[in-house]
Write a protein that binds this ligand. Structure first.
Ligand code: CUA
Length: 319
């Protein structure tokens, strides 16, 4: 299903689409009456041979109608919006889980709640990039912030839009009433990678959520192996994450190729094979000298030789 706010799949999105349809349904007759009478009067009372155009004024009943009807309409819309906004802004009541979401140029990172089911071997909590997995029917509170510039979080089928502002935490809630995959996108222009700052929310049936979580934790533990942790940490702290995706980590960049299974690939960047420690180090150190014109910059001098070695070692575990 496309990202579309008028195809609501949860109570949050339903509240806004309900207001939209009421306004739309009232606006159509208003448009028809106003434009219809304008056109009708223009034709009927126009100056023409055998008919003289005249001025009319002072019709109490008409004036009362076109004052009272719009007033009542505007007041009703205000009441309706107020009512639905209370529902939309009611972030804290009945929350089933709270997820911390951080936007950065140009990816989203989701930190799962501080609960046993999301704990990794090393005691840290599961963090993923781009994709957030939630249980169906659960009210999920999203605590939003940003690392650099203003981003905006919007998954139209599930709920309203909210800005992610550096230095502040804003919040919203989402709920999916059906299992499925819901797409979203950063909605505030935030630089050249803005169009690639995608959001995917996967809603799992309640009874399958724990299974999903244990698989995600197993994957994250593999990526978090203490023997290659130095490389992982360097990778995640450097510019790599802005361009590359490694599923199960916060790295969710879309500018460069996905590296989730880099160690199983036949070559690096389509030109350098096999994928081994030596070639990975060569590539990370100075990709432009191997593949001229490539977007990926040289990292020799930006990262130390040790750091590049560590990263290569970690990438080799991504099978
Ligand atoms: Cu982030 Cu646009």
């Amino acid at each position: 299903m496309g990202p579309w706010p008028l195809d609501p799949r949860g109570p949050q999105a339903e509240a806004s689409s309900f207001v939209y349809w009421i306004l739309f349904a009232c606006a159509i007759p208003v448009l028809a009456i106003v434009c219809g009478s304008l056109i009708y009067s223009g034709i009927k009372f126009r100056e023409r041979p055998g008919h003289e155009a005249k001025q009319f004024h002072g019709h109490n009943l008409l004036e009362l109608i076109w004052t009272i009807v719009p007033t009542v309409m505007v007041i009703s819309f205000t009441g309706l919006s107020w009512n639905k906004l209370n529902e939309i802004n009611n972030v804290d009541a009945g929350t089933a889980m709270t997820v911390k979401v951080e936007g950065r140029q140009w990816a989203w990172a989701f930190t799962y709640p501080d609960q046993q089911m999301f704990k990794l071997q090393d005691g840290s909590t599961l963090i993923t990039g781009e994709q957030l997995d939630i249980p169906v029917g659960a009210k999920v509170k999203i605590e939003l912030t940003s690392k650099d510039v203003i981003h905006s979080f919007w998954v139209p089928n599930l709920g309203g839009k909210k800005d992610a502002v550096p230095g502040h935490t804003t919040s919203l809630w989402l709920q999916a009433d059906q299992a499925g995959t819901y797409r979203g996108q950063c909605f505030e222009f935030c630089g050249e990678g803005h169009a690639d700052m995608l959001i995917t929310i996967v809603a799992h049936p309640q009874n399958e959520y724990a299974t999903w979580a244990s698989t995600a934790i197993a994957d994250a533990n593999r990526l978090n192996d203490p023997r290659t942790k130095a490389g992982r940490d360097t990778f995640l702290a450097s510019a790599c994450v802005g361009c590359h995706t490694v599923k199960g980590t916060p790295a969710a960049g879309k500018v460069g190729p996905e590296l989730t299974h880099i160690a199983s690939k036949p070559n690096i960047g389509g030109v350098l094979s096999p994928v081994n420690q030596e070639n990975l180090v060569k590539w990370i150190s100075d990709a432009p000298s191997i593949k001229p014109g490539i977007v990926m910059p040289r990292f020799k001098g930006v990262l130390t030789d040790q750091q590049i070695n560590d990263i290569a070692q970690w990438l080799l575990t991504l099978k």
